[in-house]
Design a protein around this ligand. Structure first.
Ligand SMILES: CCCCCCCCCC/C=C\C/C=C/C(=O)SCCNC(=O)CCNC(=O)[C@H](O)C(C)(C)COP(=O)(O)OP(=O)(O)OC[C@H]1O[C@@H](n2cnc3c(N)ncnc32)[C@H](O)[C@@H]1OP(=O)(O)O
Ligand code: FAD
Length: 674
């Protein structure tokens, strides 16, 4: 520590010059990105509350054992709950606190899925019974759907719930090894109750998968109830990451639960064992998944913007090459290749923030419609939540990894914050639906919509452009120079035409095949690409819509326009083969797009640091020596290294047992020669 200790930590801002060069009002952008003045104030207050509370410190997470990590996460969750109760925090404030604590734990599933599923699938009477306890955390619930043998194929689940009219009970059973519940978060060690998805059998007939509440641990001493086998499934990917969560396994050996523990809003079993369905669509039973998927979409920008903040700030601090004639070396952010890899991710983080706002609106809208028994846009909402969950999580996970590489060697250190961020985030590509499976759902929706269009039905919402399919499949792009690409309607038409043409090509192929299911499977890689194109169009169109609106704050609208164009053109050039193969664009038009994209990099460059500042992540939340607000990277990397337990002793543990014998050649005895 010599030298550095002497200097001490000074008030520095290595990024001051970058900030001074910003061409927009950063505070106004912060408010926009927070979702409004009120949301900005709540976020700032809660972020600081968490950052200043020592219980929520997270420096050691990558170093400590899984057991310690888990126990600590219980401590943090308990402490958070105490604060929520003592300060009387609102739901909004509590949700913000969960985000800033930045450590997955059982409460995510309790509030996110257990309670959500109860609200969606339990009768009023059942809600009265269970929700009262759940809201107090007097019971802790998890969402036990996935099994060892089946996750994606929900209808293939094997756990059974067989009704016994003689006792008015269901008998929960795990008949095979593969029927073991496997993965539910919070199940491993924390939950007292599980929402169990099981095949309902009554009167010897299998009615498919339904939801049941089962108590799994004693409320007195937390010991598993008789005939319940429950535990954690083991260490997961990466240090820290998702390991603070107790993903669990669960088996039932003929466990009896009262009939009323079946969630009966969508279907019920009478005392006599008669199965009765309500007239609501059975897909409402998937409602908790839809809710979390929209939440995941809304959260993607948060994760991506964290990685991008770290990479942008570090790239502005880091200098390599070109330091001749007393000139400072070049900031790596000035290298074109760095910009080419980094700035599209910055634009994407903005794009996802905007689509996240829209997703929240869409979810609120469908909730209101469902409350009024209007189920008309359920398929579209399912396609939107599934598809956007898929593309935003895949791009965000890859983007975090790209940001790690953009930080060179230091990005590989846990002190950069990026390895842990990646480990915590990457399972989002799998949970709440494997991303490929979800895009195949979007593809089915597109094919169905095109069939409806062919029979005269006008598509609505995000599929409305398919009503214009004749035009979109015949029109040619009119771009003749780079600047033409800055016209929003030119961009929008390009994305609509590409998506419509890809979907139509698939639809024709499937329609012409003798066996449409087989054709769907044969064509599934193309269908996935068509679905991705549709989802990218949604994001582009929402960004364009937003960029055209007036916003308070000098330069804010202009920055959003630049980022919107950059986002769209980066997608277009990355996926140029789609645009070319569908015949909508020529090679020259793609070249114009590339030239324009480069010009946009120059617009972003002077604003890059300010644009990431606008995400307003605290140093605590970023947890990164490279992404610090003050840019004092080297001091903190150096200080951090000395905090590592390996450096606690000057001579390492194990020296006498294992190093010294090697060095003194005693491993081979005194006379041996190499
Ligand atoms: C704001 C909240 C807080 C945010 C915090 C976020 C962070 C939270 C952290 C939580 C972390 C981890 C939690 C993880 C939890 C889980 O992973 S839970 C388990 C999730 N499992 C899945 O997602 C399984 C994926 N599989 C499926 O969804 C379905 O089984 C699948 C749709 C793939 C199966 O399709 P089919 O075989 O066709 O199935 P079927 O059931 O017959 O359906 C046919 C029909 O239904 C339509 N459909 C399907 N799903 C839905 C839906 N969700 N909503 C509406 N409609 C749906 C489908 O399109 C078909 O329609 P059609 O008209 O008949 O074609
Ligand atoms: C961290 C984490 C937390 C989780 N939390 C929960 C939870 O709280 N509760 C819960 O119930 N579950 C939970 N899960 C489980 C999760 O929902 C499932 O793992 C997920 O839905 C994927 O299902 P699977 O594992 O069966 O994958 P699989 O379906 O077996 O996928 C394996 C591969 O096969 C491919 N594939 C499968 N079927 C098809 C097909 N028809 N066409 C083309 N390709 C196909 C997939 O694309 C994938 O590449 C969690 C999982 C993780 C990783």
């Amino acid at each position: 520590m010599e030298g550095i200790e002497e200097r001490g930590v000074k008030e520095v801002d290595y990024l001051a010059e970058e900030r001074a060069g910003a061409q927009f009002h950063v505070h106004s952008m912060k408010i926009f990105l927070a979702g409004g003045q009120h949301e900005y104030e709540v976020s700032t207050r809660i972020a600081n509350l968490v950052a200043n509370d020592p219980v929520f410190a997270k420096e050691d997470r990558a170093r400590i054992s899984r057991k310690e990590l888990y126990k600590n996460s219980l401590k943090k969750a308990g402490h958070a709950w105490k604060i929520i109760l003592e300060k009387g925090l609102t739901e909004e404030e509590s949700m913000r606190m969960r985000a800033f604590i930045d450590e997955p734990n059982y409460t995510d599933l309790h509030w996110g899925m257990f309670i959500t599923a109860l609200k969606g699938q339990a009768t009023e009477e059942q809600q009265h019974k269970w929700l009262r306890q759940a809201y107090k955390l007097a019971i802790i619930g998890c969402y036990a759907q996935t099994e060892l043998g089946h996750g994606s194929n929900v209808q293939g689940l094997e756990t059974t719930a067989t009704f016994d009219p003689s006792t008015d009970e269901f008998v929960l059973n795990s008949p095979t090894l593969t029927s073991t519940k496997w993965w539910p978060g919070g199940l491993g060690k924390a939950s007292t109750h599980a929402l169990v998805y099981a095949r309902l059998i009554t009167d010897s007939q299998d009615y498919g998968v339904h939801a049941f509440i089962a108590q799994i641990r004693s409320l007195d001493d937390h010991i598993p109830l008789p005939n319940v086998t429950v535990g954690d499934i083991g260490v997961k990917f990466g240090n820290g990451g998702y390991n603070s969560m107790d993903n669990g396994l669960l088996r039932f050996d003929h466990v009896r639960i009262p009939r009323e523990n079946m969630l009966m809003k969508l279907a019920r079993v009478t005392e006599q064992g008669k199965y009765e369905r309500s007239n609501k669509p059975r897909q409402l039973g998937y409602g908790a998944m839809v809710y979390i998927r929209q939440g995941i979409v809304a959260e993607a920008s948060v994760y991506l913007s964290r990685a991008v903040t770290i990479a942008v700030r570090y790239s502005a601090v880091r200098r390599q090459f070109g330091g001749k004639d007393d000139k400072a070396e070049v900031q790596v952010i000035d290298y074109r290749t760095q910009q080419h890899r980094l700035f599209p991710l910055l634009a994407t983080a903005y794009a996802y923030r905007i689509v996240g706002f829209w997703m929240k609106w869409l979810y609120a809208d469908v909730t209101e419609r469902l409350n009024n028994n209007d189920f008309s846009n359920l398929p579209e909402v399912h396609a939107c939540t599934a598809g956007l969950k898929s593309i935003t999580t895949s791009v965000t996970a890859d983007g975090i990894e790209q940001c790690r590489k953009l930080c060179g060697g230091h990005g590989y250190l846990c002190a950069s914050g990026l390895p842990e961020l990646y480990a915590a985030y990457v399972p989002a590509c799998t949970y709440e639906g494997d991303n490929t499976i979800l895009l195949l759902q979007v593809a089915r929706f597109l094919l169905k919509t095109l069939t409806q269009v062919a029979s005269g039905t006008k598509p609505v919402g995000t599929a409305a452009y398919l009503g214009n399919v004749q035009h979109l499949t015949s029109v040619n792009c009119e771009v003749s120079q780079g600047k033409d690409w800055l016209n929003p309607s030119v961009l929008l038409e390009a994305f609509e035409a590409r998506s419509a043409r890809m979907a139509v090509a698939c639809a024709m192929h499937v329609a012409e095949a003798p066996d449409s299911e087989l054709a769907f499977e044969e064509l599934s890689p193309e269908l996935v690409e068509a679905a991705r194109a549709h989802c990218q169009l949604i994001v582009v169109s929402k960004f364009i819509e937003q960029a055209q609106k007036d916003l308070p704050g000098e330069g804010v609208k202009q920055q959003l326009e630049v980022l919107c164009n950059l986002y769209a053109l980066s997608l277009l050039t990355t996926h140029s083969s789609d645009f070319l193969a569908t015949g909508y664009l020529t090679g020259t038009q793609v070249s114009h797009a590339k030239d324009q994209q480069k010009a946009l990099f120059s617009c972003v460059r002077p604003n890059a640091v300010a644009l990431v500042d606008a995400f307003d992540h605290t140093d605590h939340y970023l947890g990164s020596a490279l992404g610090r607000y003050d840019g004092d990277v080297y001091t903190h990397l150096y200080k951090g290294a000395w905090k590592d337990p390996l450096n606690e002793s000057v001579v390492t543990e194990g020296y006498h047992e294992y190093l010294r014998p090697v060095l003194t050649q005693q491993l081979w005895g005194p006379t041996s020669k190499l």
